[in-house]
Ligand binder design. Sequence first.
Ligand code: DGT
Ligand code: CA
Ligand code: ZN
Length: 592
Amino acid sequence: MPKKQTQRRTPARQRPLSNMEVAAALDMLADMMELDEQNKYKVIAVQTAARRVAETNFSLQEVAARGELTELPGIGEKIAAKIAELLKTGTLAELEEYKTRYPADLVRIQKVQGVGPRTARKVWRELGVSSLAGLEQAGREGRIAGLPGLGPKAQENILSAIARLRARSARVPLGEALPVAEAAVTELKQLQEARNVTCAGSVRRMRETVKDVDIIATATRPAALTEAFSRQPMVAEVIGKGPTKCSIRTHTGLQIDLRVVPPDLYGNLLQHFTGSARHNVALRELAISRGLKVSEYGVQEAASGKVHKCATEEEVYALLGLDYIEPELREDSGELEAAAAHKLPRLIRMDDIRGDLHLHSDWSDGKAGIREMALAARAQGYDYMAISDHTQSLGMVRGLTPAKLERQLEEIAGINAELQPFHIFSGCECDVKADATLDLPDELLARLDFVTVSVHSGFNQSRRQIMKRLQAAMENPHVRAIGHPTGRIINRREAYDLDIRQTIDIAAATGTALEINSHYLRLDLNDLHARAAQEAGVRLVINSDAHEPAGLGLAYGVATARRGWIRPKTVLNALPRTRLAKLLARPKKPAT
Ligand code: DGT
Ligand code: CA
Ligand code: ZN
């Protein structure tokens, strides 16, 4: 027997699949189902399960052994069976069957923006293309343009989408990293050797994506802490371990670097490892101009050589004559100058938020009734909310027709009578259609308290047409806000081709608010755009876009706002209920 085959026959799996590997197999299955144009909801169920598995911070093997897979959120009988099969055999028969029918790389082709399953199968059947590189080459040679239903324009779009895909890094969305980071900090704090434990790096600065998680700790016995950390249940692999450092990879695939530092330097080191690198460089330069040298070993007086060790970050900044700078602002974008001049903004905080003005219910694609959403919003401590269900022309969703909206208004009035002083503002998330018309008649929009308009179609339109749509929406006197204004999905979809400067200017001129959508994959407006909007006098609204009570959180949106230097008075849903009601009772007016 040839040597190659013997090798292949060595036991298929000596090591059980990690959660990441199970998630990857489920993702692959979902991709194959999509390629095969299986039922959309079934695809989504498998994708959701993959995400749940990827987020799970304990060993699935043990859960499966106890027969408790179905107790995990979002995992039903059928998917539990698939996971069990993967854990037991290392493979999935259903997935293997798909792989006999389609080349595995074809799923990557369908993910190129503007391609999709049908075109992917077409280029494979007609051109024999089954990889991204092959698709790119076919495009360069002009062969895509010759296919039925495609043309030179489509070919050009595909080529530039591939280029963007290539440029995209492997950074993890904050919403996936932060829960893992927080769990790690909690576990570390419970170890008896631990004293202070804090997240540092980009996670602490709440960047929308992160490369890894950095944690700084102090300990009674540092080596005992790194040793104990390396043996935590969340650890899938120890990358490196020493007496004061430990790098691990969790079951979710994320890397965590733990550094144990001396207590008297905790402030210096936390400051150093929080970064950003650019903030630190600027801080060092500023220090030099004041006769000081800043490093992870302390703040040194250049003249005398005296070293100040700082147990807190506040001391580090104070020694340099600076006000304390919140981690979200540490990006070298004016924060040092502002801190020196005592002009840092009072940043918006979670407890400034009084309500949520973009919520869905089961009147469109939400999972809960209006009353249930209202009770959940009230339980968050909010004083008000707006119901903003999708409107009729949005394809997959049973959106609001004028008749449905009339009935919804009656239901809202009833619930308001019951729940006052908590208040539900009526509204909708009205589509602005590809032709720049709104999806519901003006007479109806005029009767709603808070109309948000969003772009949900025609993502590939020209900048001119996109701007025409946004302009038409904002110039409508009944439209109070633009939802997820750029349409980007982090790591998955580029923004449509809008002119952000012009969007902000029109928002200012018309008195329309722009949303910071708090979904961790949206987060648009982003930090920089939000800051520019605030400077132009535009109001922002930080919304969850929740489709169920569990989706109500605004933490990522508020973090984005803080990174954008946003003050409470810029934020519409930081207004008390009566002031917001008054504002909405009056016509929109331009920013002053
Ligand atoms: P990322 O890429 O999402 O992990 O971003 P960070 O900021 O967490 O970067 P990371 O993990 O490479 O380093 C953590 C912190 O350590 C960083 O924010 C500042 C500090 N640091 C790392 N490298 C340098 C450097 O070359 N110069 C300075 N001044 N600080 C650095
Ligand atoms: Ca980092
Ligand atoms: Zn939307």
